[in-house]
Design a protein around this ligand. Structure first.
Ligand code: G4P
Length: 536
C-alpha cells in the first residue's frame, strides 16, 4: 500500500513521467537476506506470483551460462542485474549488486546508476564488513539510504541497542518506521510508526493482517491476543527510541544523513510493504547528475544516459552483448539515434530492452531513472555516455588501480589472437583490466579481488575456448601516470620494464613495492601517479 505516495504531476502528453521512477539498489553483507527481500518486493508488487522465482531465474541463467558454475560452487552472486516492477503507478528499477567484496568495482559502478539504496542488516549480526564498505560508497555519493533490519522472526539484538550501534558505527542518524513486537519466538507483529497502527498476525507465525490503530504507542498496552510482557517491552523500547532518536526529516534523508529504519522479516513478508511504501512515497525520483562542467537535470528535453554495466555472452549460443544504460534526462524513444561521445559516432538504438522480473520486453519509451539494455556488438563500453549530440561525460564511473596483478599465459600459443579479442571484450565489460607491458608480449591482468581471476579464467575457457594459466609477477600495484607528455615519456624511458599500456594506450606504472612507488612519486614531482581513473 503506497499510502505515502505524493500526488505526481500529470504526465505530459501521455508520456512516461520520470517523477514516478524509483531507481535503487539493495546493499548487504552476504546472507543478510537481500535475495529474499528482492523476491518479496517483487511479490508485493505483483511482478511475480510465487515465492522461489528469483532463485529459479538465477538457476536458469546459470545453466545457460557455464561460468556461473563459480557462483554455484561458492554460493555467491557474481553478477548484477536489473529488475523493473510497478506498484500503484510507481515504476521501481531495482539494480542488483554482487554481495562479494571481490566484485566491489561492479558494485561501485552499479551504485553510480541509482538514486537510493536499501541497506539490509541481519538483526542478530548488526553491521557486517561488507555492509559497512558498501555504505561508505553510498555516503561518498550522498545516496539516501533506507535501512531494513531483517530476520526479526529470529532471536536478535535489542532493537534500540542495535539502532544505537548502527548509528554510532556509521555516524548516521536513524529514525524508526516499523518496530518489532517481540523478536524470535516472541515475534508477534510490527508497529507501523508513521501509520500509527500495530500490524499483527491473526495466528502465530501467520501474515500480519490484523490492524490495530493507535494515537500514542502506550494505547497499545493491553492489546488483546498478545502477551502483555511482549507488548510492554515493544512499547517501552519504541517510546524510548522516539524520545532519543531524531524525527524524520525529508531533507536530511535526501542528503544521506538520516535513514528511516524498517524492522521486518523478509521471509515472513513483514515490513516489506512498509518499505515499499517508503520507497514509493518519499524515495527520491531521478536526481540530477554531474557531468563535465554542468549538471544534467532529469527534466531536460534531450536524452542522455551512461553505460554502467556491460554483460557479454548472457547466452553463449548467441554471442550477445548488452550494455545497461541509466537514462539521466529526456524521453527516449525506440529507434532513436544516440551519440556516443567516446566514439564520436551516432548509433541507432533499434532493439532496446527493459528487464522485468520474469521477462525482457522491448522498450518503446523510457525516461530518466529507467535502465535500458542495448544489445550491441562491442560499440558500447562501461563509462560511455549517450546523448542527442552533446559531448557529455558523467562523473563517478571509475576504474580502480588493480591490487592483484597476474601475467596471462596461454595453454595453446596458437590462440594469441583469440586471447587478445577475449581480453578486450572482458575488459570492456569491466571484468578485468588488461595491461600490455612495453617489454613483454604476455599481457598482465589486474583485478581488485582474487575471485575475479577465477571468473576471468573460467570465462576465457568456456566462452572463448582459450584456456590460460596465471603466473605471478613481481609487481604489487599499478598507477596511471599523468602529466606533461614529455615528462611522462622521460619517466617511461627510465623505467621501461615497469611500464605497461592500458586499453586506451594510457601509460601505467607497475610498482614492485609500495616503497618503490613512493620513491617514484618523490623523484618525479611533476607527474601524478593516479589510483582511480574516471572512465569515459
Ligand atoms: P543474501 O541474498 O543476502 O545472501 O541472503 P538470502 O536472501 O539468500 O538469505 C540468506 C538466508 O537467510 C536464507 O536461508 C534465507 O532463507 C534466510 N532469510 C532471509 N530472510 C529471512 C528472514 O526474514 N527470517 C529468517 N528466519 N530467515 C531469513 P538459507 O538457509 O541460507 O537458504 P534457504 O534454504 O532458506 O533458501
Amino acid at each position: 500500500m503506497l499510502d505515502q505516495t505524493p500526488e505526481a504531476p500529470a504526465s505530459a502528453g501521455g508520456q512516461p513521467d520520470f517523477t514516478r521512477r524509483r531507481t535503487f539498489a539493495i546493499i548487504s553483507h552476504p546472507d543478510a537476506g537481500k535475495t529474499t527481500l528482492t523476491e518479496k518486493l517483487l511479490l508485493a508488487s505483483g511482478a511475480i506470483r510465487q515465492a522461489g522465482q528469483v532463485k529459479a531465474r538465477g538457476e536458469r541463467r546459470r545453466t545457460r551460462s557455464d561460468w556461473m558454475e563459480i557462483e554455484q560452487q561458492r554460493g555467491i552472486s557474481v553478477t548484477s542485474s536489473v529488475m523493473t516492477f510497478e506498484r500503484d503507478g510507481i515504476v521501481f528499477n531495482l539494480l542488483d549488486t554482487p554481495g562479494h567484496s571481490d566484485f566491489s568495482e561492479d558494485t561501485y559502478r552499479t551504485l553510480s546508476a541509482v538514486d537510493a539504496a536499501v541497506m539490509v542488516i541481519d538483526v542478530a549480526k548488526g553491521i557486517e564488513s561488507q555492509t559497512r564498505k558498501l555504505f561508505e560508497v553510498c555516503r561518498l555519493r550522498d545516496i539516501p539510504i533506507f535501512t531494513f533490519i531483517n530476520k526479526v522472526d529470529r532471536e536478535g539484538q535489542d532493537p534500540l541497542g542495535l539502532m544505537d550501534d548502527i548509528a554510532a558505527t556509521l555516524a548516521l542518524d536513524l529514525t524508526p518506521f516499523t518496530w518489532p513486537i517481540g523478536l524470535g519466538t516472541d515475534f508477534r507483529g510490527l508497529i507501523d510508526v508513521p501509520g500509527k497502527r500495530a500490524l499483527l498476525a491473526e495466528e502465530r507465525g501467520g501474515p500480519l493482517t490484523r490492524i490495530v490503530p493507535y494515537e500514542d504507542p502506550i494505547d497499545l498496552l493491553g492489546l488483546e491476543g498478545v502477551e502483555a510482557r511482549i507488548v510492554e517491552e515493544a512499547v517501552e523500547s519504541l517510546s524510548l527510541a522516539l524520545g532519543v532518536l531524531p524525527p524524520f526529516e525529508l531533507e536530511s534523508f535526501r542528503e544521506g544523513h538520516l535513514s528511516p529504519v524498517f524492522y521486518g522479516s523478509a521471509i515472513k513478508e513483514a515490513g516489506v510493504a512498509q518499505l515499499l511504501a517508503g520507497l514509493g512515497g518519499f524515495g527520491p525520483s531521478p536526481l540530477p547528475r554531474n557531468a563535465n562542467g554542468r549538471t544534467v537535470e532529469p527534466a531536460e528535453a534531450n536524452v542522455s544516459g551512461f553505460v554502467f554495466k556491460v554483460q557479454a555472452n548472457m547466452d553463449p549460443n548467441h554471442r550477445d552483448r548488452v550494455a545497461f544504460v541509466r537514462l539521466c534526462s529526456g524521453v527516449f524513444k525506440r529507434g532513436m539515434k544516440l551519440f556516443n561521445a567516446r566514439e564520436k559516432r551516432h548509433m541507432a538504438i533499434a532493439n532496446p530492452i527493459f528487464f522485468f522480473a520474469q521477462e525482457r520486453e522491448t522498450v518503446d519509451e523510457a525516461v530518466a531513472g529507467d535502465i535500458i539494455g542495448i544489445p550491441n556488438h562491442g560499440m558500447l563500453r562501461v563509462g560511455d555516455t549517450l546523448s542527442e549530440g552533446e559531448t557529455i561525460r558523467f562523473e563517478g564511473i571509475p576504474d580502480f588501480a588493480p591490487e592483484i596483478l597476474r601475467r596471462v599465459l596461454l595453454a595453446d600459443p596458437m590462440k594469441s589472437k583469440q586471447l587478445q579479442k577475449a581480453l578486450h571484450d572482458l575488459a570492456e565489460e569491466g571484468v578485468t583490466q588488461v595491461l600490455r607491458p612495453l617489454t613483454d608480449p604476455a599481457p598482465i591482468v589486474g583485478v581488485v579481488g582474487t575471485l575475479q581471476l577465477d571468473v576471468l579464467s573460467s570465462r576465457l575457457d568456456k566462452e572463448y575456448g582459450v584456456p590460460i594459466r596465471y603466473e605471478s609477477v613481481s609487481f604489487v600495484t599499478a598507477r596511471w601516470i599523468t602529466g606533461d607528455r614529455a615528462e611522462v615519456d622521460r619517466f617511461a624511458e627510465t623505467s621501461r620494464s615497469s611500464i605497461a599500456l592500458d586499453r586506451d594506450d594510457q601509460p601505467v606504472y607497475l610498482a614492485r613495492s609500495q616503497w618503490v612507488l613512493d620513491r617514484a612519486i618523490e623523484e618525479w614531482p611533476k607527474l601524478k601517479f593516479v589510483a582511480v581513473k574516471e572512465r569515459g
